[in-house]
Design a protein around this ligand. Structure first.
Ligand SMILES: Cc1cc2nc3c(=O)[nH]c(=O)nc-3n(C[C@H](O)[C@H](O)[C@H](O)COP(=O)(O)OP(=O)(O)OC[C@H]3O[C@@H](n4cnc5c(N)ncnc54)[C@H](O)[C@@H]3O)c2cc1C
Length: 385
């Protein structure tokens, strides 16, 4: 029987291991920590729990139906989410996914992976206290993948810094704050028993971003007493990095963050980790390694590549003497069409290329919606405006 090693037990690795084991492949998953509180907002979109209904039936989340988007120049726009977002503790989510992998027959080993070395015809996986010869490897070690020969080769432009606090406090809605000239945002996500308050962005030092976040928390009277600090890396591939992205090689496939599969606009990665893990598991089990890259690109990779050009325009572009993010907030307050679009973006149900098509082809708009459409057309057009 074929043996496959899955390196990493986050959403990507656990989903791959479940799929492989369920299709009768001997599957050994290695993770140095197993379920842990990975630095993450924990936001799971409608798209994700619609495709994976066990997330919803687990009940281990906070369901959120209201959000407030804010910039200093434009004030606030409040929006209800017609499709709620589920906010998980990452320890709970990872445990849920690992339990499902184990139940399907995967063997879980708590080990740090030190190296993967080519043998003929497979790979040797070397861990702290054991090694294992396998036929194939699925690399799911996350954004800080230590295995240099497999997975995305991140350049400096391909990631965001992400840091924040888990704060012992409650609120019912999500807050998002944009800043003029900053390629990123602050979020406040309510979880079952605390808030995840964080910032992600590019082009600024971690120290400067932490100061930005702490100023925000002070302004909002969110105390850091009893809060725990976290920091991590968030993949955010630059537009031209998607083309040569290393998704697969001789007897290995990379999934989730290790393959750079994160939405560069919203930072959503949990869905893409689960879906890429599932796809990799399916294809490795049936020996169809070569098809993986094409599946990823056609399902969502090409859309995420387009989104990376959009992200720069959204965060850094300007329109009518104001920032794009400020204009977005202003228009959001009065345009029901824009409200519908942003609701779909929160739900994860509107591919960016479909958004571009809808905006370019929109007809029969009211006078006020024509103004909003001009703004949106500039945003979705190619090239920085
Ligand atoms: C601050 C922050 C906020 C975020 N917020 C959201 C959000 O709200 N919603 C969303 O959808 N996405 C969010 N993301 C993205 C999301 O966290 C990731 O996309 C997702 O966790 C990717 O899953 P993964 O399984 O690929 O990697 P990970 O979840 O990082 O899992 C990798 C696993 O590999 C293990 N591992 C690594 N190296 C080794 C080794 N050498 N040996 C053994 N084990 C190893 C680790 O212990 C870990 O369990 C956020 C990310 C950050 C940093």
């Amino acid at each position: 029987m074929k043996t496959v090693a899955v390196l990493g037990g986050g959403p990507a690795g656990a989903s791959a291991a479940r799929q492989l084991a369920a299709s009768g492949t001997r599957t050994v998953l290695f993770d140095e920590k197993m379920a842990w509180e990975k630095p993450c907002g924990g936001g799971v979109t409608f798209k994700a729990y619609q495709q994976y209904p066990f997330l919803l039936s687990s009940g281990r989340f906070r369901q959120v139906t209201r959000t407030c988007i804010h910039t200093a120049e434009a004030g606030a726009a409040r929006l209800s989410l017609d499709k709620p977002m589920l906010i998980f503790s990452r320890k709970e989510l990872n445990q849920l996914l690992l339990d499902r992998a184990r139940e399907a027959g995967a063997e879980l080993r708590r080990e740090r992976v030190l190296a993967m070395t080519k043998t003929n015809p497979g790979w040797r996986v070397t861990c702290t206290s054991q090694s294992l010869d396998v036929d194939a490897v699925i690399v799911a070690t996350g954004a800080r993948n230590p295995l240099r020969q497999a997975g995305t080769a991140f350049t400096g432009a391909d990631s965001m810094t992400a840091l924040g606090y888990n704060v012992p406090r409650a609120q019912a809605h999500i807050d998002i704050e944009f800043f003029e000239g900053f390629e990123g945002y602050i979020w406040v996500f309510p979880r079952t028993d605390h808030l995840s308050v964080g910032i992600c962005g590019k082009g600024e030092s971690a120290q400067r971003m932490r100061a930005r976040l702490e100023q925000y928390m002070d302004r909002r009277n969110i105390s850091r007493d009893g809060a725990s600090f976290y920091a991590h890396m968030l993949p955010s591939l630059a537009a031209d990095s998607w083309q040569g992205n290393r998704l697969s090689g001789d007897g290995w496939l990379a999934v989730g963050d290790a393959a750079g599969l994160v939405d560069p606009v919203t930072g959503e990665g949990i869905y893409y980790a689960m879906r890429s893990g599932e796809l990799a598991g399916l294809l490795v089990a049936s020996g169809r390694f070569a098809e993986y890259g094409a599946f990823i690109r056609s399902e969502f990779g090409d859309d995420l590549a387009y989104a990376s050009t959009l992200a720069r325009r959204l965060f850094l572009g300007r329109y009518l003497f104001g920032s794009n993010t400020g204009r977005l907030v202003q228009f959001l307050r009065r345009s029901s069409r824009l409200q519908g679009i942003v609701q779909q973006l929160f739900a994860g149900t509107l591919p960016y290329q479909e958004l571009r098509r809808q905006i370019k082809e929109s007809l029969h708009l009211t006078l006020s919606e024509i103004g909003v459409n001009v703004f949106l057309r500039r945003m979705v057009s190619e090239g920085m405006e």
